[in-house]
Ligand binder design. Structure first.
Ligand SMILES: [Zn+2]
Length: 366
């Protein structure tokens, strides 16, 4: 079977290449923001948001007259950015994400290319940009390249190659099904009682991040004083993202390899964010949810269960996993987030709320 995978390398561009990379990122950002402005205008006029195809068509008409100097940039960069925009609106309309926001210079510097991309032992060849040195060894690289995404993190540039890889068909995983409840207190609780805590360094770094971002927002906008902490912030973000990704990869691999059926909630982050508990509570919960990477975890579980021959079942969107008694099945009132113990008014069952939820989820395995 073929599966999709990604390989990431840090780029080590020369000055000419760095200029080209910055120009491509600028073109992608420009096209994205141009498209978003257009979509907003359509919405204001009560019209439908143009789809990916229509955006491309309008973009091609517009750029011919307005930005003919753009010959130096691969046409892929703006096109792929518009594709991202169409996808962002799709996610917004289906409730999976918030309203698309404008891309900012430095913060959202990235672009995607397709076409003639190649990986050499110490280099990557990209359309228009040429043969760029990479800082890591590419020895493990394999697969058919679909696209390359170049992105900036602080003062460094990375390329992520999306590839299609041929894998041996998986052997079915043995054992019983398991329910997984994702929580804010403990990252994951399984219906068999196993608990997975988020790594400690992550918690420490998140506290550091909070302090640093506060200090950063106090500095005057656009001042030289603000640039330095901005760099430190971006580095810290990257460090946190790496630790989190690593943790999520380990956990999702372990589950997909050892549990034949995994049942998880299909929690819509957007709804959770809107849970009414006052603005202060919302802010804290927002952070916690985003930080814990639920969405990323579910995505990983999705493709890894396919790789390893297990099955991922997502509970129906409004499945009352938290407020249903896993003993007798009675659904009670909604539990406040602060209450850690589930108590059943009918049969008297008392259980850790996350474990109770996981036990309800595993029943969906049927
Ligand atoms: Zn009960």
């Amino acid at each position: 079977m073929t599966v999709n995978q990604a390989f990431q390398y840090e780029l080590d561009p020369n000055n000419r290449q760095r200029t080209g990379i910055v120009r491509h990122a600028g073109a992608a950002r420009f096209a994205f923001n141009w498209g978003l402005g257009l979509c907003k205008l359509c919405l204001d006029l009560g019209r439908k948001v143009p789809g990916s195809f229509e955006l491309h068509r309008l973009w091609n008409i517009w750029k011919r007259t307005e930005v003919p100097w753009w010959a130096a940039v691969s046409k892929c960069a703006p096109q792929e950015a518009l594709r991202d925009l169409a996808k962002a609106f799709g996610n917004f309309f289906s409730g999976k994400a918030g309203f698309p926001r404008f891309r900012k210079k430095f913060e959202d510097d990235r672009f995607r290319l397709t076409g003639a991309i190649k990986v050499l032992p110490r280099h990557v060849i990209l359309p228009r940009l040429g043969k760029i040195r990479v800082k890591e060894d590419t020895g493990k690289f394999r697969g058919r390249i679909l696209s390359a995404t170049v992105s900036r993190e602080a003062d460094r540039w990375f390329v992520s190659l999306a590839v299609e890889v041929e894998r041996a068909d998986p052997v079915p995983v043995q054992g019983g099904p398991v329910g997984v409840d994702l929580g804010l207190k403990c990252f994951a609780v399984l219906s068999d009682g196993t608990k997975f805590e988020a790594p400690k360094p992550l918690k420490r770094l998140l506290r550091k991040l909070q302090k640093l971002s506060k200090a950063h927002s106090r500095k005057k906008k656009g001042s030289a004083n603000r640039r330095k902490p901005a760099l430190a912030l971006a580095r810290l973000h990257r460090k946190i993202a790496n630790i989190r990704r690593d943790f999520l990869h380990k956990l999702s691999t372990e589950l997909a390899k050892t549990k034949p059926v995994i049942v998880a909630e299909s929690l819509r982050v957007k709804d959770l964010l809107k849970a009414g508990h006052g603005p202060e509570w919302d802010r804290r919960i927002n952070r916690a949810v985003m930080d814990s990477g639920f969405g990323m975890f579910r995505t990983m579980l999705g493709y890894k269960t396919e790789w390893y021959g297990s099955l991922l079942i997502l509970a129906p969107e409004n499945f009352p996993s938290t407020r249903t008694c896993s003993g007798c099945g009675t659904a009670g009132p909604e539990l406040p987030v602060s209450r850690r113990i589930f108590r059943c008014g009918t049969c008297g069952l008392e259980m850790d709320r996350d474990l109770n939820a996981a036990k309800n989820l595993v029943k969906l395995a049927g």
